[in-house]
Design a protein around this ligand. Structure first.
Ligand SMILES: Cc1cc2nc3c(=O)[nH]c(=O)nc-3n(C[C@H](O)[C@H](O)[C@H](O)COP(=O)(O)OP(=O)(O)OC[C@H]3O[C@@H](n4cnc5c(N)ncnc54)[C@H](O)[C@@H]3O)c2cc1C
Length: 367
């Protein structure tokens, strides 16, 4: 059997490519080393609730083409991302906005909130931040830093903020309106019935092999197709010849609870350092569920080691320089296309991945 394309990875990037290629009468073999399709957007039904197995996935975009494209495959609900942050028994709205400032200081007007933040920034007197702590205080002042930035960031990176470089936080969006909507995008929502159905539709014209790691069958698989679309780790593709790219990883702990509503919101961040997880997701609230039970997931940041799930590329100078070396090797390839967050070594939201995949389709299949 000879395929036009071997697509390594059944995540969003690989699946869009497969869909567009099969639409143009190309034969595609899609493989994934996991036991399911969908990559990190995979959702699974538990107790009638769509569980986001790899962390909360909220679709948002301002790109009309991307929005129209994804809407072919699912109907999106009106879910609006409005996470809340818990610090001890205090609850704050995110992103930082007038509701947050009112709770923190009792201020009512934007002028009062601005004056409060400005006074704290002035008091700190930091002109050249030397670390993340100084950077955050110079942007939002001491109170917001202490309760809403410090512990969370320390857990996320596994280091005190005083030992983290300032560039990690370039800006901390502050909103002087009573608006709890996290995203500024034109469109957002959750696909009714979860994300997996989207991928199923995209892959309906392709042959799919699960539990199939490219590197275990590299020689035979490569012979089966004219070209490869590779959405795994680019450094692994080249046998780590220049060294290993680094990532941040996560551990998810999921529990079914015999109650109908655990925390009253889909996403609750835990900002104290003493609480070991960074957030709890209550999945049913993504789809306004009324099931008698509920499913929650605690998310723990984990320092990545080889062999762990590589969730977030670490796009610092050292890793980006290393990636550039792999990119030069990739540019020499005639029959291999690298795509997705691991192939391009970049953190992408779903809308970015769709745009990148459509760009790749245009170049490879249309132009
Ligand atoms: C915790 C978390 C939360 C997120 N939240 C959001 C959000 O709210 N909104 C948003 O827009 N985006 C979010 N994202 C980003 C979103 O998950 C990605 O944009 C998208 O899933 C990337 O798709 P992909 O196809 O590039 O990669 P992936 O989904 O990672 O797919 C790659 C696939 O390749 C497979 N693979 C890798 N190596 C091999 C191999 N050697 N052999 C066979 N198969 C292989 C993997 O098993 C995987 O299935 C989040 C990401 C994470 C990690």
């Amino acid at each position: 059997m000879k395929y036009d394309y071997l697509i390594v990875g059944s995540g969003l990037f690989g699946s869009i490519f497969a869909y567009e290629a099969t639409k143009r009468n190309k034969k595609c073999l899609v493989i994934d080393k996991r036991s399911h399709i969908g990559g990190n957007i995979y959702t699974k039904e538990v107790e009638g609730i769509q569980v986001h197995e790899y962390g909360a996935h909220i679709f948002h975009t301002s790109n009309q083409e991307v929005w129209d494209y994804i809407n072919q495959f699912a109907t999106f609900n009106r879910y609006t991302n409005s996470p809340i942050a818990r610090y001890g028994n205090e609850i704050y709205n995110m992103p930082f906005n007038m509701n947050t400032f009112n709770k923190m200081w009792g201020v009512i007007t934007p002028q009062e909130a601005k004056a409060k933040i400005e006074a704290q920034i002035q008091e700190a007197g930091i002109t050249e931040p030397k670390n993340l702590e100084e950077q955050a205080i110079s942007l939002v002042g001491q109170d917001i830093y202490e309760k809403l930035v410090k512990g969370y960031t320390q857990k996320q990176w596994g280091k005190p903020c005083t030992e983290l470089p300032p560039f990690i936080i370039k800006r901390l969006p502050v909103r002087f309106t009573y608006d709890n909507n996290y995203f500024n995008d034109l469109y957002q929502g959750i696909p009714i019935g979860g994300y997996t159905q989207i991928i199923e539709k995209m892959l309906s014209g392709s042959e799919v092999r699960l539990n199939c790691d490219f590197f275990e069958h590299r020689e035979t698989l490569t012979k089966e197709a004219d070209k490869i679309v590779f959405t795994g780790m680019i450094d692994q593709y080249y046998d780590y010849c220049y060294g290993t790219l680094e990532y941040r990883s996560l551990r998810f702990e999921t529990e079914v609870l015999d109650m109908d509503n655990y925390q009253g919101n889909a996403v609750v961040n835990y900002n104290e350092y003493e609480v070991p997880y960074t957030r709890i997701i209550e999945h049913k609230h993504f789809e306004f569920g009324t099931q008698p039970k509920t499913v929650i997931t605690r998310e723990y940041p984990v320092t990545w080691k080889a062999g762990m799930e590589p969730y977030y590329p670490m796009n610092d100078e050292k890793n980006n320089t290393l990636y550039q070396k792999y990119l030069r090797l990739a540019a020499e390839e005639n029959n291999v296309i690298f795509g997705g967050r691991l192939g391009l070594y970049q953190y992408f939201d779903m809308h970015h991945v769709i745009a990148k995949a459509l760009e790749c389709v245009k170049k490879e299949l249309i132009d």
